[in-house]
Ligand binder design. Sequence first.
Ligand code: ADP
Ligand code: MG
Length: 260
Amino acid sequence: MGATLEIRNLHARVEGEDIEILRGVNLTIKKGETHALMGPNGSGKSTLANVLMGNPAYEVTEGEILFEGQDVLDMEPDERSRLGMFLAFQYPVSIPGVTVANFLRHAINARMKAQDPESKGISIPEFRRLMKAKMDMLHMDHSFAGRYLNDGFSGGEKKRAEILQMAVLEPSLAILDETDSGLDIDALRIVSEGVQALKGPDLAVLVITHYQRILNYIKPDYVHVMFQGQIVESGGADLALKLEENGYDWVREKYAVPAE
Ligand code: ADP
Ligand code: MG
């Protein structure tokens, strides 16, 4: 079976700067699998998420990113998103005056028009049905759809909006990058329960996290450790437990390249 995501020997740097942040990343994620990417702060985890979604702040200097067999390196972020890649942003923006429902309907319509320029978009009744079904699946109160997006949202509500967006857009790859400070318990629960509810044979998930905590809820099939821009260790869920117990010191000792 083909891989959802295949990253081969990926090298990247901040656009216009000399220092490489990603130094040869290899990672394959198949349909239905959940992978966790862990690692000390500054190891390049968020950079990888950004590069995957095509953030122009970063420049790929070598290697490949294949999404469902297609090379996405020359694609704009919105094109990648229309293909089915979804990145839950670490710091979502707020859009005053736009409700959660409007925002989501716009996102769906943009995707439909991209696939078929003749498309008139989703009808209002159809959209209402879809929203309700997804909100029920995520145990969300329907009033949430009428709130202004991220305007005065708590951390937990921002995560809720993000997960709802993911549910409605039905991506085939979800990348979740968690803040290094960690989510509060409420937000953590929302994210994990949401992902758990959306997991299925067609969804590949990449959870990026510094801490093991979220992995108590989102059970990964594979765990990878990133250090200095490379994936240095890969294993099963037990690798996350080892990191929880022993921290990252052993990773640093084993893989640190001495300064010249
Ligand atoms: P992680 O998410 O694992 O904590 P990051 O990907 O955020 O790591 O950062 C990896 C390294 O790259 C850090 O040293 C960070 O300072 C640097 N870096 C990342 N993005 C930028 C940027 N836009 N400009 C300058 N340095 C950056
Ligand atoms: Mg990060």
